[in-house]
Design a protein around this ligand. Sequence first.
Ligand SMILES: Cc1ncsc1CCOP(=O)(O)O
Ligand SMILES: C=C1C=NC(C(F)(F)F)=NC1=N
Ligand SMILES: [Mg+2]
Length: 217
Amino acid sequence: MDKKKLKLYFILGTVNVAGRDPLVVLEEALKGGVTCFQLREKGPGALEGEALRSFAEACKELCHRYNVPFIVNDDVALALEVKADGVHIGQEDGDISAVRRQIGPSMLLGVSTHNVEEALAAAETGADYIGIGPIYSTKTKTDTQPVIGPEMVRRVASLLPGLPIVGIGGLSERKARAVIQAGASGIAVISAIAGQDDPLEAARRLKGAVRLSLTGV
Ligand SMILES: Cc1ncsc1CCOP(=O)(O)O
Ligand SMILES: C=C1C=NC(C(F)(F)F)=NC1=N
Ligand SMILES: [Mg+2]
């Protein structure tokens, strides 16, 4: 996977947009320069069935208009059905190699990890990128593992220098730098964009912070 695509990875579900039109929030984020998008439809009130399928199609159309990969979280069947660019799975979402067999070699496969063992296993099983988190505390996902801080990114990046890594969990413009300096190719965010009054401006500022950190200044 092109590491540059992981610079600013926006993740969204209809429950994260506090009543606003999720497609409007997504387009604002795309205009603001997010480089990757993940549809993560979870929790009470989450879309299902035909409504979810057509929403996923609409998200995919938007992403492709901005030349941004469209990734589906957890739901491999949905990812295949809407011909997503990739799927992201957690440690409890089934066997990584089984998912790779289901999606084939060309679809992107992302894996959530929380420690070195999980990262090594994901890399060995052919993950195209891994998420490492939660880096900082977050209210967005209630059932996270304990907060691990940027150090885990540094350890995994030093062991697996070729594996694209994205940090996730409580990340913001101010908190991006430590994650990038630890060796991540980018940051993944939900509330730092979806929870803001101006998602376009929020995305633009996050992108700027990541770019600055990547240059090493
Ligand atoms: C999906 C996920 N996985 C680890 S933390 C998290 C939530 C990230 O949300 P936010 O960017 O609002 O902290
Ligand atoms: C739980 C998650 C952890 N990491 C990621 C990503 F940022 F995409 F790697 N997505 C998730 N849904
Ligand atoms: Mg999952």
